[in-house]
Design a protein around this ligand. Structure first.
Ligand code: DHB
Length: 390
């Protein structure tokens, strides 16, 4: 008994000294997932983490003979933190993939690290058009604001909306939404009366909404990041702006499924354009929603969850295709051009731009069985990011 233990220990020691541990390490595939788990963007982190874990539970954690390990880090949405964490993950943990990125400044802070370390960076949330141009190692599974905005600018003038005030968060995605909505709306004969920008951090919408009330446009176009929509909706209602005949429209970030059901009747009838609704009627989505809710105390998956879920799909399939050989460049190559059915509908990772091509839906908030949903009523198929210069 004693002897056997000794032999086992000796064998283990030899394995260690001859690279047995290195072998074990080689059989691990590491995904460094950086998300805002705390702070203003925490709902984004919670949604994406839950979706990534669901994907792994459904598909197993062994892929191409390798054990997939998810290393989750909280950056609190502070870009300097995102950058430091990405550096540690790339250098110390030697992760095979970096992923997550709750807001645009985080994605931009990590882009040079992805390039230098030749580590693919799967952007699951951030949505400023230019992000994919910041590193050739970036692949995106979320969406872009130009992609989500132009369809609404086509819809609005055909539906009685001739004058608009735009109200956006004052950073990358907000500026994209403002520009692409405005250019297209003007082209269609509409008029933008005023363009207002609110700070990203701790925004106070009240003075801006007062101004909109005074200007009395046909509609207010809004972009705020995921998690801020409920505050806009509440103050819009409190000021009686809907009753004063001002319609609220926007990208689907403002009627975020993470919060929509608690927004109350002021949200009814709000029209938005977006790539994902929890209410999307496909069988693939129904399965996704049911399994996500079962695993997460009935939490509704929102568009952030779908970005995370599809990001994991892109990583898993790339690992399957390469068998984990050829390092970051091979993995990146296998991510490009993937085409598959997501819970949001069919999507495609454009091999040239590494950005997502997808359907954009026009949706209206409706009450069904006592709950509020973004109900799709029209679709613009296979929309490429209009923000791409090449
Ligand atoms: C970004 C963040 C969001 O929460 C969102 O809904 C859209 C874009 C961003 O920072 O890029």
């Amino acid at each position: 008994m004693h002897k056997r233990t000794f032999i086992q220990a000796a064998v283990a020691a030899t394995m260690l000294s001859t690279g047995g541990l290195a072998l074990a390490q080689d059989n691990v595939f590491k995904i460094g997932l950086i998300l805002p788990m705390t702070g203003q963007q925490a709902s984004t982190g919670r949604q994406i983490e839950a979706a990534a874990r669901l994907y792994m539970a459904q598909n197993g954690d062994t892929v191409a003979g390798k054990k997939v390990q998810l290393i989750l880090k909280d950056d609190g949405s502070v870009p300097a933190n995102t950058r430091r964490l990405a550096q540690e993950l790339a250098v110390n943990d030697k992760v095979n993939v970096l992923a997550g990125m709750g807001i645009t400044p985080s994605a931009l802070a990590v882009a040079p690290i992805a390039t230098q370390s030749k580590t693919p960076l799967v952007v699951m949330a951030a949505a400023t058009s230019s992000i994919t141009e910041a590193s050739p190692f970036i692949v995106r599974t979320s969406f872009t604001l130009p992609q989500a905005s132009v369809g609404l600018a086509d819809w609005a003038p055909k539906n009685g909306i001739k004058t608009v005030v735009t109200l956006v968060s004052d950073y990358g995605p907000g500026l994209d939404a403002e520009k692409y909505f405005k250019d297209r709306f003007l082209f269609n004969g509409g008029k933008v009366v005023e363009s207002l920008r609110v700070p990203l951090m701790s925004p106070d919408f009240a003075p801006f909404l007062q101004k909109v009330r005074d200007l009395k446009p046909d509609a207010l176009f809004v972009f705020v990041p995921s998690g801020a929509g409920a505050a806009v909706m509440k103050q819009f209602g409190e000021r009686g702006m809907d009753k004063a005949g001002i319609k609220l429209i926007g990208t689907g970030d403002v009627t975020d499924d993470d919060q929509l059901n608690d927004m109350g009747d002021v949200a009814l009838g709000v029209v938005t354009s977006h790539h994902y609704s929890t209410f999307h009627p496909s069988p693939a989505n129904k399965k996704f929603v049911a399994e996500f809710q079962k695993a997460n105390k009935n939490l509704r998956p929102n568009f952030m969850a779908v970005g995370g879920y599809d990001g994991m799909r892109v990583i898993y399939e790339a690992l399957k295709k390469t068998g984990g050989k050829g390092g970051g460049e091979a993995l990146l190559g296998a991510m490009k051009g993937q085409i598959f059915e997501s819970p949001r509908g069919p999507i495609f990772i454009d091999a040239q731009t590494r950005d997502v091509v997808q359907n954009i839906y026009l949706r209206k908030v409706e009450k069904k069985d006592g709950q509020l949903w973004n109900v799709e009523f029209d679709v613009i198929k296979d929309v490429k990011d209009p923000g791409k210069t090449k």
